[in-house]
Each structure stands twice: as C-alpha cells, then as structure tokens.
Design a protein around this ligand. Structure first.
Ligand code: BGC
Length: 753
C-alpha cells in the first residue's frame, strides 16, 4: 500500500488535525488517514475534491495524467471492468500517494437486471422488496468496480409533470423516508468494505422535486417550515441511517442555489444533523452558480460552493482551477479543505479501497442470474397497482377463454418497459408481456398480437383496423399502452400528462367493438386517465416494470399472482389540479360535496357569491382521480374493531392501535394497512392527514388477523413557527385503512403536563 507510513507534516493546521482526530475517534483505522492527509500537498487535497468524467474503452491522456498528478479523487460513469481497474492502478501505483479512486455511477433501479422504476418500487410499500432491489443493484454494479451509486433519490415529488418523479419514491415524507432507508441498507449492507457493498448518495439536497410547473431544474420556493416538515425528513432519515454521501441539488432554493447554500449544507446538514459524510455537487452544478446569476464567475462559484460545504465537485473544475487562489488569498481556509478531504478519505477507507482497490468479479454473483431475475419479477408484481376491475374481469381465466387480442405499442417492446436511468441495462434480457403471456398460455388460448401504433407517441392510425378486427374476434382485448421510457426521467417533463399520441383514439376504437378491455399502462408518472376509465373494464398500472415486467404482468393478468401495490402518489383528474396530494392543508374554505358545483351546473347569470366559496376548480371535481395509498386486490379486505390503548397520552408515551383485518374474498391477498393521523390544531396549520405507519399483511381467503401499530408521541412532532421540532398538546384524529381516503376513525388527545 503506497500510502502507509507517512509522517504528519507541518502544513496540517492544528485545527485541522484536531478535526481529523475527532473523526479518528469514530473511525476504525484513523492514524493511517491522519498520516496520509498530513503528507498531502494542497493540490493533492483539492484533487481529492474533484470528480472526473470517464466513459470509454480508452482512458484519455488528460485523465491518466490528472490521476498521476493526484488531481482526481473520483471518476464517474466508467463501467468497463478492465478500464476501472486500470484507473485504480494509475491512482494506486502511479500517483505520488497512491490514493485509490471512488468510482461513481447512477445505479438507480438496477444495474444489468433492471427493477421497476423507483416510483414503481415505492408502490410496493415494501421495504424488504426495495432493499433487495438495491442489494442486487449493488452486487451487479460492484462486478465492474463501481463503488458508489448516486441513489437513492428522495426528493418529495408532488408534480407528475416533472419527469424525475419516475426516479422518486413519491409524495409522502414517511413512505419516502422508510423506503429511502431501505435502499441505503440494500446498497451499503452492514459494512461498506464487504464485497458487493457500495456507497449510497442521498439526492438531491434539497427541494429539487418542487420546481415551478414541474419543469426540471426550475426555481424552487419552499417556506422553511414546509421544507422542514415535508422535504427534509427523508434526508434526515437516511442521514441517521448512515448514508455515505449527499448530493447537492441543481435548483435555486428560495433565492440561494442549493450548490451554494451554506444554510442547507452546513447549518442544517452538519450542524443540526451532525452528518459526518461528504457532499458531492450535482453535474457541473457548482459552475452553474454563475448561470443562476448567483456567482459572478467560476472563481466566485468555487468560493460559494466550498464555503457552503460542498466537498467534491462533479465534472466541472472550478475547485481545481480556483481553490488554490482562494486559499492563497485567504477566502477559503485550509481547514475547510482538510475537513472535506478527511471525509472523502474516510469513505475510501470504509470501502476498503486502500486494501483492495481492484475488482475481481469472480468474487461476486453473475449479473442477471436466475435469482436476480426472480427478485425483479417479484418486485414488479408488488409494484403493479390495480386501479379498476369492473365485474372482477381480472384475473382472466385461461380455461374459459378461446382467444385474446394483445394490442399496443408496449406489449412487445423489450426496451420501453425498462424506464429511465438504465445506462447498464440491456433490453435483450427483457421479457415482454407478449412473450410471457404466450409462454404462460402455451397454446391453450389463441393469441393475436397487433402493435397498432409504432410508438406510444405515434399519430398514425393506419393499423387501427387490424387492431379493431383482432379485438372483435377475441374474447378479451388486453391493451398495453403508456409512455415510452424517454418521456420521463431527467429533463423529460410534460405539460400534459395524458396517454401520448393517438392512444386514446385507439381505446375508443377498440371500445366500440364491445369486447371487454383490460388496460395495462406502463409509464414513468401518474397519467390523467379519467376520460378513459369508463371505456375499459380493468386498469393495471405497471409503471416501467423493468427486465421482468412481462412475466410479472402475465402472472397478474392470469391470476398466478395477485396485485397488491398501492399508489405512492396521487393521480389527478386533470393536470390543472397539480399539485394535488393527500396531505394538503385544510384551508379556510375547504371544498365539500355539499357545496361543490361544476361549471356545467351553474345557472346563467348566477350571482358571484352563489357557489359556496370553496377551494375548488369549477371544471373538475376537487377530489383526485385516485388517492394516495389506493390500490385494489383480487380479494376484499374488511376492517373492523379499531381499538386504541388510551384516549389520552402524555408526551413520551406510546399509543397502541389495533384493528381486525379480514380477507373476506375467495383467494389469498396482501393488503397494505395504513395508519394516518390529523393534528387538529397547530401553531402552524397541519395537513388534513399524515401517514405515520404502514404494514403489508398477507391473509388467506377468510383469514383474519389483528394488526397493531405503536405510535409514540415523538412521531407527532413537527417544526413549529419558530422552526423548533415540537409535539403540541391537543386533539388528534386517527384512521386505519387501505388508502388515504378511507379507514376506521378514532380520536385521542395529547396532554402536556
Ligand atoms: C443528475 C444526477 C446524477 C448526475 C450524474 C445529473 O444530471 O441530476 O442525479 O447523479 O447527473 O449522472
């Protein structure tokens, strides 16, 4: 190991060495890092704070030389094993101090085996599933030497126009926190140095999901109280769970871009939360401080970012170019640089890179192996949400069908089912719906497949006749429609979120045949499908389900598996309702059924004040199309006997909540039992409902079970108007049910003695 045995040099300040010693107390092998850091030149330290882009068969001479000179702490996007090992060799053997590299990659929902998009995984409401997907993603990514992923993305997302909602875990702070932690645990395992574990990165800190009108990168304004109560909790949860790194967001947050936001990166993250890991910028987001109009030039940008607490710069080179001058001129102190370098070196140490910088793929499971594919299939099954099932048309029975028409551009498209962020996925391994249904039915039922449209965006109706004919001749038409992968993800936002192209006309045409329609939708976001619903008998929302999407959907359609997903995000009726989410505030004039009037029902020349004066739109109902937490099953679940352990609680006490859940249907099923509360009066207004806990429960037909939740008063804390985290005494409502809009209700009171 090139780096051991070096002595503490005099260029390390006393403060910095104290800081390093503080870290040392919590780090297993601190003295080696202390010695190493003490021997580094200022340029080498700044090099550790710099991440270079590398992608290709050959390493550019510029990159190789930069590594030799100690100007590179990390590379991103290199995934060829021999190239990654060669990069490590350059760093370990040819640089002066032999410090290995962090190798970063966006491993977002799988590496070679592609799992459902994160929003789909969130629909499973299953930590174990989410953790397993991340675990396998890590194992596969590690085979090529990737040791750091830029996931989980835990931006609260309440705007389906935003393309990156696909990459999120939905709209709710609690669900997002629980599943974000599960992802971190899956990526990082129980110790970073163990084979196949990779460092995770909580992104994008903070507020990135709340861009104006759902446009990516756009301005974000979130009042501090809202930020603390809604947007920051998932980041706090993963910080507490030990996520190795954070990434600063691209967006302007209340006038200060996140990548130059000292309040966020230092006051909150380091001082309030004591977060020990390091923060990487987003792609060129430090340089973009100039584009924002926040910094006058790149030097100023480097100053703002370093001063804010961004430890590593992704791709742009303002640190390399300007930190030396900023240090020399005293604008940035060597302590600030040392603090960043300490954290970066510590992560390399924790990953075991000083001992084994090279990757030997033979130590790890082979990607895309049958176990990985089975877990991908199970995850896709749990992710699908059944939104409609008129007359229990689903599950289809192969025995009672003679013929089935499978129609649509996404029925047999191995690429488009994978979704966004699949750099290392390969559609040749995908199993499509058509393939899986054919395999499942094995000649028992005649299958006619018509693509009908070349792509989901096509306006050409030339093949509609063939589709209509096949539907007319079939017992059931299975339409597999939605959005292509490219229509969601980074920078892929939409102003209208209906089915693109002429898919709605295709549904109209098929509906006229009178053949029952089962609609499967693959998409990266909630879609506005209100007008379509009456025309189809069933809707299964599959998100982008990944490599094994086909077999998962085939099993669900034919009853080899049952749907159990629940929406992690509200579905609007119309895009004009956005943002619409279940945890809204009540307002001074909440909408009610009693007062709601649709514009078609307003008498001509009605007086201005005749309509009930409520927070509604005239041209659509105030409710969403499908609420958060909603999802049907092939069976029915009945909730009864809600009991709570006490009607009053003192601070620090725990309320036990118990409900009897019965599967009243004829087949086994899984229900996600959800616990919501409402704090009736607060020093700042509180949401009408807040998810506080949930449990996935499997029950056989006819089976009952008592489900219990323990609700400690700590879980009722919120940031008050002085930005203090407090539990306020007073009345609470509580619901337990299968969705955010239903459930048995009880009440309790918190007493502050
Ligand atoms: C995205 C990040 C991503 C990074 C590296 C950026 O454009 O916003 O989420 O991790 O690129 O690929």
């Amino acid at each position: 190991m090139a780096a051991t045995g070096l002595l503490m040099s005099s260029n390390l300040s006393i403060e910095a060495s104290n800081q390093i010693n503080e870290c040392a107390e919590t780090s297993p092998y601190p003295s080696m890092l202390i010695n190493l850091q003490a021997s580094m030149t200022t340029e080498e330290k700044i090099g550790q704070m710099s991440q270079f882009f590398s992608h290709g068969e050959y390493i550019s001479e510029h990159l190789a030389e930069s590594i030799r000179q100690g100007r590179v702490g990390s590379v991103l996007n290199e995934v060829r094993l021999h190239t990654v090992n060669e990069l490590q060799r350059l760093a370990v053997e040819e640089s002066r101090l032999g410090i290995p590299l962090l190798v970063g990659r966006d491993v977002i929902h799988g590496f070679n085996t592609i799992f459902p998009i994160p929003l789909g995984q969130a629909a499973s409401w299953c930590s174990e599933t989410v953790k397993q997907c991340a675990r396998i993603s890590a194992l596969e990514a590690a085979t090529v030497g990737v040791n750091w992923t830029f996931a989980p993305m835990i931006d609260i997302s309440r705007d389906p126009r935003w393309g990156r909602i696909a990459e999120s875990l939905g709209e709710d702070p609690h669900l997002c926190s629980v599943l974000g932690v599960a992802m971190v645990e899956g990526f990082q395992g129980d110790a970073l140095h163990k084979d196949g574990n990779i460092a995770a990165c909580a992104k994008h800190f903070a507020g990135y999901g709340a861009g104006e009108s759902g446009r990516d990168y756009s301005t974000v304004n979130i009042p501090e109280n809202e930020l603390r109560n809604v947007y920051l909790p998932p980041f706090k949860a993963v910080a507490d769970a030990g996520v190795a790194t954070f990434m600063s967001a691209f967006n302007d947050l209340n006038g200060v871009p996140a990548s130059g936001n000292k309040w966020l990166m230092t006051d909150i993250l380091r001082q309030e939360w004591n977060y020990p890991g390091f923060v990487v910028s987003d792609w060129e987001s430090i340089q973009q401080l100039t584009t924002h109009g926040f910094s006058k030039d790149n030097k100023d940008a480097a100053y703002e970012a370093a001063n804010a607490g961004i430890d590593m710069e992704m791709v742009s080179t303002t640190y390399l170019d300007h930190l030396p001058d900023l240090l020399a001129q005293g604008h940035i102190s060597i302590q600030q640089v040392d603090t960043a370098v300490t954290k970066i070196l510590q992560l390399k140490w924790q990953l075991g890179l000083f001992d084994s910088p090279y990757t030997d793929a033979s130590m790890l499971p082979v990607p895309l192996n049958p176990e990985h594919l089975q877990i991908a299939k199970d995850a896709a099954i749990k992710s699908c949400v059944l939104l409609k099932n008129e007359n229990n048309i689903l599950p289809l029975s192969a025995e009672s069908l003679h013929s089935i028409a499978i129609i649509g551009p996404l029925a047999d498209d191995p690429y488009e089912q994978l979704g966004t962020w699949i750099f290392d996925g390969d559609s040749q391994y995908s199993q499509t719906c058509l393939q899986a249904i054919e395999q499942l039915l094995l000649g028992q039922v005649s299958i006619k497949h018509v693509k009908a449209m070349q792509t989901s965006r096509s306006y050409n109706q030339a093949d509609f006749k063939q589709a209509v004919d096949s539907a007319s001749a079939a017992d059931v038409a299975v339409l597999i429609l939605g959005e292509e992968s490219i229509l969601s993800g980074e920078a892929h936002c939409r102003a209208e979120i209906g089915l693109p192209g002429c898919q709605e006309q295709l549904i109209d045409a098929i509906a006229q045949t009178g053949t029952p329609i089962v609609l499967v939708i693959m998409a990266g976001r909630p879609l506005t499908i209100e007008d379509i619903l009456p025309k189809v008998d069933a809707v299964l929302f599959a998100w982008h389900p990944g490599t094994m999407g086909g077999p998962a959907i085939a099993d669900l359609l034919f009853g080899k598996a049952y749907p159990s997903g629940k929406l992690p995000v509200t579905f609007p009726r119309k895009v004009g309702q956005v943002p619409i989410y279940y945890a809204q505030k009540h307002s001074g004039k909440p909408a009610t059924e009693a007062t709601y009037v649709h514009m078609d029902d307003i008498p001509v020349r009605s007086p201005q004040t005749s309509l009930g004066m409520a927070a509604t739109h005239l041209d659509t109902h105030f409710s969403p199309l499908f609420p958060f937490g909603f999802g049907l099953s092939y069976t029915q679940f009945h909730y009864q006997n809600l009991e709570i352990s006490s009607k009053t609680l003192h601070l620090g006490e725990t309320l036990t909540i118990k409900v009897l859940l019965t599967n009243t249907g004829k087949i086994e099923g899984e229900e996600v039992v959800q616990l919501y509360i409402r704090d009736l009066v607060g020093s700042v207004t509180r949401p009408v409902k807040e998810l506080k806990d949930f449990k996935r429960v499997k029950l056989a037909a006819g089976e009952s079970d008592y489900i219990t939740f323990d609700l400690c008063t700590d879980k009722l804390a919120f940031y008050d108007r002085n930005m203090q985290l407090n539990i306020e005494a007073g009345q609470f409502h509580l619901w337990v049910g299968g969705c955010s809009q239903t459930g048995l209700r009880d009440e309790f009171e918190i007493i502050d003695d």
